[in-house]
Design a protein around this ligand. Structure first.
Ligand SMILES: Nc1ncnc2c1ncn2[C@@H]1O[C@H](COP(=O)(O)OP(=O)(O)O)[C@@H](O)[C@H]1O
Ligand SMILES: [Mg+2]
Length: 402
């Protein structure tokens, strides 16, 4: 058996800058209206909005690198995953600040006296945080005034750059859990307002990552939040971008993809970066000769569908989908454009026999009970609650046919 080169695919991790594709409009928007403005001294705020796995964190990271390299901003990335209250938010942000400051050698030298107490030990590869110390400070840190003054003091220690103001690019990622907490919405609005009115404003480019539902939830919790963010939608990748993704990724390890195999991978990836990586990953392991042909692509599809369904579709839903009764319905849904988050019942019912129409009605009710589908605003329209599940069903039905 031949030995495999380094696997270029990263299912489940934000992408590296060299394999990053597309997003030109979104990057330009965030860099021009956010990062650059902040580097000119103006506070800015954005919400990167999109479904799970669409590439929000990757986009934020990509822009963070540019913010640091081109504009000299200090980039801080804090994940809010698992946080339920402001104290947890404060803790996560403080950890991220210490890590970011530590990465920045000239800065760390100058802030060791203030931030050093949060670090148990440090080596070349990172820091071991003193979580007790961080927890003690967290509540204080969730206070808007202390939050802003901490950032202000941190900025004051950054090296100066001739053309740009010293400032911070702060990413609050995975806000989905904490968005339900009204205090979080008030905290965000408080930061923006207090900073706007301050005599000395903190040059802060604030970037939140979350789903559209969570943004709406923030607004429902505190209406004025709707006005503070410039929303950047993160859409599925185009077919051309997906193509570029596979070609480039395989090229980095001297592999290539035959045109019909590429068509297949692009089609089944349905522009969802997470799925593109899963497909690429499977194809990489299945292939034996350095050339991904149609047979490799088809096997990759079957494997990815199985993997995807176990990961993202609950066992109960899966059992329902496996039932023979729903096969023809799934096949029909699968036949519709997978990039559409919704479908018309009539499009599925068309051409079905009477018995099957009855099954379709049952299917829709079951999927509604299981929170997979909801009724849309148009008559006869059904919407997938999570587009990932929509894609799973699609992959599932397609793979089942093969
Ligand atoms: N523009 C892109 N180019 C290449 N791969 C991407 C891109 N955006 C995301 N990915 C990949 O897709 C997957 C999901 O991306 P991620 O940024 O974690 O999404 P999100 O934060 O929206 O859940 C990861 O495996 C990541 O490497
Ligand atoms: Mg993410």
């Amino acid at each position: 058996m031949t030995e495999k080169p380094r696997n270029p695919f990263l299912p489940g991790q934000p992408t590296t800058v060299d394999l990053f594709v597309g997003r030109q409009a979104q990057i330009r928007h965030l860099l021009e209206r956010g990062v650059r403005q902040t580097a000119l001294g103006k506070p800015t705020a954005f919400f990167l909005e999109g479904e799970y796995g669409i590439g929000k964190s990757s986009l934020a990271n990509y822009c963070a690198a540019a913010a640091e390299e081109e504009f000299g901003l200090l980039t801080i990335t804090a994940s809010m995953a698992g946080q339920k209250d402001l104290r947890g938010v404060g803790e996560a942000i403080l950890k991220a600040i210490v890590q970011a400051a530590h990465r920045h050698r000239p800065l760390w030298k100058r802030v060791t006296t203030t931030l050093g107490r949060f670090v148990k030990s440090a080596n070349l590869f990172g820091v071991d945080l003193d979580l007790d110390e961080i927890a003690k400070e967290a509540a204080h840190f969730a206070d808007i005034g202390s939050f802003l003054s901490t950032l202000q003091r941190l900025i004051a220690e950054l090296p100066t750059r001739a053309e740009w103001h010293r400032g911070i690019f702060l990413v609050l990622d995975e806000i989905n859990g904490v968005a339900a907490e009204p205090a979080f919405a008030h905290f965000l609005k408080g930061i923006i307002d207090r900073n706007a009115l301050a005599a000395e404003r903190v040059p802060l480019c604030l970037v939140l990552c979350g789903t559209p539902e969570r943004r709406h939830q923030l607004i429902a919790n505190h209406q004025p939040v709707g006005r503070i963010f410039d929303v950047i939608e993160v859409p599925p990748l185009s077919a051309a971008e997906s193509r570029e993704f596979f070609e480039r990724s395989f090229q980095t390890v001297d592999m290539r993809v035959e045109p019909d195999a590429l068509d297949q991978l692009v089609q089944f990836g349905s522009g969802q970066p997470r799925i593109l990586h899963m497909l690429g990953d499977q194809a990489f392991w299945i292939d034996q000769d350095g050339v991904i042909d149609l047979a490799d692509a088809n096997s990759a599809l079957v494997q990815a569908a199985a993997d995807f369904t176990t990961r993202y579709v609950g066992p109960q839903i899966l059992a329902e989908l496996r039932s023979a009764a729903y096969r023809s319905i799934l096949t029909k849904i699968a036949g519709i454009d997978p990039l559409q988050p919704s479908f018309q019942k009539s499009a599925i019912a068309d051409g079905l026999e009477d018995g099957e129409r009855k099954k379709l009605a049952d299917f829709l009710q079951r999927m509604k009970q299981l929170n997979v589908l909801r009724q849309g605003s148009d008559k006869g329209e059904w919407v997938f609650n999570t587009p990932m599940v929509r894609t799973a069903i699609w992959l599932f039905a397609k793979a089942g046919q093969g």
